[in-house]
Write a protein that binds this ligand. Structure first.
Ligand code: IPE
Ligand code: IPE
Ligand code: MG
Length: 253
């Protein structure tokens, strides 16, 4: 315990371990451009992106972050070629299979956020196995947003609310707290708190349908780094900067 309270000073950066964000969300963007830059195919770009993802899961776990959510595949990403889409899912299977032991060793709990019923069968099975195997872990909760889109999430929540009201399970009007429970981040994923920090790589400054309800008071960090080039050091630097921001939530300082 004593050790944990010391400032974390790897790479010369000072992270205050008493002010670690509870929930960090990452829009892992730029795999395609990284592939073009390195003259390899897009799948190789996604493969390199998986390596970055692994590094960040490890780092998040080591820093004591409670929730890490990564945007891995959006409801709009089906617009890509069949080859790219199936390649991404194959890589995910590879990740969960190869890294399951390490995830368990690190006490990481894996959850999938989004409608994954429609993803390829073997990817679904591997993910379900991983979720089952890690369900009692009490360390970092690692949420993989897969076939996730925030507008679809909100509409699904509203439709479920209407259905539950008809069954007299809930009473109208609903409040923010109850609405949040109907989102993927709600009851389904153990009521994940809203993200404190949302990071997007690759220089784009948009949300692309990610956590639209949940980001009301999130801090944002945009970096030009392409996701496969994103390092643990940069992750630490971003967290350090986040710790120096003042969050007011509409109040006064
Ligand atoms: C992010 O990288 C990964 C997914 C969206 C699945 P991209 O594939 O979007 O990379 P760019 O934006 O084309 O560089
Ligand atoms: C957002 O990236 C989705 C993921 C990172 C999974 P995109 O590459 O799909 O977003 P746009 O098209 O640039 O907005
Ligand atoms: Mg992109």
């Amino acid at each position: 315990m004593w050790l944990l309270r010391q400032p974390h000073s790897l790479y010369g950066k000072m992270i205050d371990l008493n002010k670690i964000p509870t929930h960090v969300a990452v829009i892992m963007d730029g795999n395609g451009r990284w592939a073009a830059k390195n003259r390899v195919n897009r799948i190789s770009g996604h493969n390199a992106g998986m390596e970055s993802m692994k590094n960040i899961v490890r780092k998040a776990s080591d820093l004591g972050i409670k929730y890490l959510t990564v945007y891995a595949f959006s409801t709009e990403n089906w617009k890509r070629t069949e080859e790219e889409v199936s390649g991404i899912f194959k890589l995910l299977v590879k990740f969960v299979k190869l890294d399951l032991d390490e995830l368990c060793e690190k006490n990481v709990k894996v959850m999938v956020m989004g409608d994954y019923s429609v993803i390829p069968d073997n990817a679904k099975k591997s993910l379900e196995k991983t979720m089952e195997k890690t369900k009692d872990n009490t360390g970092l909760q690692f949420n993989i947003a897969l076939n996730y889109g925030s507008r679809a999430e909100i509409l699904r929540g509203i439709n479920n609310i209407i259905a539950d009201e008809k069954k007299r399970k809930i009473n109208l009007p609903i409040d923010e707290k109850l609405f949040s429970k109907y989102l993927y981040t709600g009851d389904e994923c153990g009521n994940v708190p809203d993200p404190d920090l949302i990071i997007r790589t690759s220089g784009e400054q948009r949300l692309s349908n990610f956590l639209l309800w949940q980001c009301a008071y999130s801090e944002f960090a945009f970096t030009d780094t392409l996701w496969p080039d994103f390092t643990r050091e940069e992750f630490e630097q971003i967290i350090e900067k986040y710790q120096n921001r003042e969050r007011r939530f509409g109040g006064r300082n």
